[in-house]
Write a protein that binds this ligand. Structure first.
Ligand code: NAG
Ligand code: NAG
Ligand code: NAG
Ligand code: NAG
Ligand code: NAG
Length: 175
């Protein structure tokens, strides 16, 4: 490979890896599968699938600090419904502008409750921001759902409570 080719190749590699790594949005035709991650713009938080270290069978969709090596989970979507069959699991935005977590058989494991619109929208985009807020926005900017509105299934840093990842997922709370 010539030197110029190598440069082009390297540049392409950089562009591609930036494109993949700095993705903080989920849009309608895409879906998030196990192994994929959304990372907030300032690389503070990550959203994706994880399994607790003591059980590589149960899988959860959650948000954790991207910068802390020991995974510190701050929000879990399907806390009460862990997924055991990991194949074909995906988080998608539906045509009715809801965000839905599907299991391997296409059943709904979790979805955004209380979205204020009932369909009709041109589309929606889900964005993870640097404060750990995950929000579902219509294309006109209206936020129809965000995790901080749902405190029953949300534990955020601002509440000064973190879920210890090492403990059982439903377990200990550390102030
Ligand atoms: C994780 O999965 C592997 C392969 O399926 C299995 O051998 C191992 O015992 C599992 N570990 C735990 C902690 O469940
Ligand atoms: C969603 O909308 C797209 C494009 O309009 C259409 O092709 C697709 O069939 C729709 N999906 C469902 C489940 O209605
Ligand atoms: C997991 O789901 C896939 C896809 O639906 C299916 O083919 C497979 O048999 C399932 N595995 C188990 C162990 O149920
Ligand atoms: C939906 O939102 C309304 C108004 O904010 C609230 O009273 C209601 O409890 C919510 N329902 C659910 C299922 O979260
Ligand atoms: C955005 O679109 C939704 C659904 O069509 C509508 O309810 C909402 O009022 C719109 N918001 C703005 C700011 O136009």
């Amino acid at each position: 490979m010539g030197k110029a080719n190598l440069h082009v190749f390297f540049l392409l590699f950089l562009i591609l890896s930036c494109f993949c790594e700095s993705n903080n949005q989920l849009t309608q035709p895409k879906s998030l599968s196990p192994g994929d991650m959304l990372i907030s713009e300032g690389r503070v938080f990550a959203l994706g699938f994880f399994s607790p270290t003591n059980s590589n069978k149960s899988m959860y969709l959650g948000i954790w600090y991207h910068s802390i090596p020991e995974r510190t989970v701050v929000w879990i979507a399907n806390r009460d419904s862990p997924i055991s069959n990991h194949s074909s699991v995906k988080l998608s935005i539906t045509n009715s502008s809801e965000m839905v977590l599907f299991d391997s058989e296409g059943r709904t494991v979790w979805k955004t409750a209380n979205t204020t619109t009932a369909g009709g929208a041109d589309g929606a985009v889900a964005v993870l921001d640097d404060s750990g807020n995950f929000m579902l926005r219509l294309l006109n900017g209206t936020v129809v759902w965000q995790n901080i509105d749902h405190l029953t299934d949300t534990i955020l840093p601002s509440t000064r409570v973190l879920l210890s990842y090492k403990a059982q997922v439903v377990g200990r709370l550390v102030a």
